[in-house]
Design a protein around this ligand. Sequence first.
Ligand SMILES: O=P(O)(O)OC[C@H]1O[C@](O)(CO)[C@@H](O)[C@@H]1O
Length: 488
Amino acid sequence: MFKGEKINTTENRSVLHVALRAPRDAVINSDGVNVVPEVWAVKDKIKQFSETFRSGSWVGATGKPLTNVVSVGIGGSFLGPLFVHTALQTDPEAAEAAKGRQLRFLANVDPVDVARSIKDLDPATTLVVVVSKTFTTAETMLNARTIKEWIVSSLGPQAVSKHMIAVSTNLKLVKEFGIDPNNAFAFWDWVGGRYSVCSAVGVLPLSLQYGFPIVQKFLEGASSIDNHVHTSSFEKNIPVLLGLLSVWNVSFLGYPARAILPYCQALEKLAPHIQQLSMESNGKGVSIDGVRLPFEAGEIDFGEPGTNGQHSFYQLIHQGRVIPCDFIGVIKSQQPVYLKGETVSNHDELMSNFFAQPDALAYGKTPEQLHSEKVPENLIPHKTFQGNRPSLSFLLSSLSAYEIGQLLSIYEHRIAVQGFIWGINSFDQWGVELGKSLASTVRKQLHASRMEGKPVEGFNPSSASLLTRFLAVGPFGCSAMLCHLLRI
Ligand SMILES: O=P(O)(O)OC[C@H]1O[C@](O)(CO)[C@@H](O)[C@@H]1O
């Protein structure tokens, strides 16, 4: 991977997200060319743009400085940046740098998400970043057109150049969309979407919100783990050991899921990001050579911050199915509170749970212990905990931009290690294509039925009956016939 070999063989691409956070003097080749200078050229452009933007020198169509940013993108063009933003929001240094600014995300093509993302925003003080590796993703492009309309209808067509910028590998389509190429930030096909948070995909919106120096610390944290994974022996290599543990749990012990349980509210968007990173990478049924796997690969990832999860799904984890857990704790809270008269600080209260839960999973509670506690006989089976349930714990010194980068990189490498051992291609995602093409057939049917009154045809009976029911009411709640006449 680090040598730039085209290990993503089904797409004939190198996998070089490590180059995105490498130091300026590093040499990482793809196709015989050192990619590090181009990476830094984009980072320098982001630094300059974000400084101009944050200083107030970049003004919108009405002459006002812009303080709100809406980042439009989905999947890898959304989840990583959202995770980092959520984690930085309460870090004192980052919060200070972001004072008076807002960063929001628009991902779902559901118009409800559009409404939510622009609620109470003034287009005159808003900058929109359209983030899409391909610049063809249906959801992102419709959302981008919708937000463009929001800007144009309020400020006029000339406002687009001041209020819309883009991040993509496809700068030709960015231009065709109407965004000034000078305001486009590139990345490369050797960056997988779900591995792209350290490219302009994350670095641009996060720099607009927090300033480039804080984002650079995040990149340095990620780079420190890249260096560790590249140079440490396997016995001391954190991502290698973690990857081995996951392979052991999935393939040898037969536990297909993994719970990601940060005892840190700032990490509330870690699990959604890891869901894509892990399940899109390793959710494969054939080996890298195309041979059907004789075992199951991949993991079902889910999670919630502790202690919320404890009051939700931990019952199953303790006494139902065996779910290996990742517990993530932080020594120093981003927002410490110690109330006079309380036994412990609020953070110590939280961390009491972080230390207790792995213990309960590992050692459980035996019928003998329950008997000695005089628990009534009929309740003994219900109160018994079998124990011997695997978990691992990360204890971070604090949660600043640097450690957020480290955590990200640990998971990225761990997931790659799992994929290497399972012998799969962790860097393609053909499994998302079928649904996309079927949605396009449905889109054509909806158009034909609404515009020309065409009957539903060519679908299986279940989908046909649901579609017919759906089409019986027009998009704005009127009857299908009236909508047809009104051509809406
Ligand atoms: O950045 P793009 O090209 O809009 O793609 C968005 C996402 O769609 C996928 O291709 C499929 O869900 C992801 O891999 C990717 O992160």
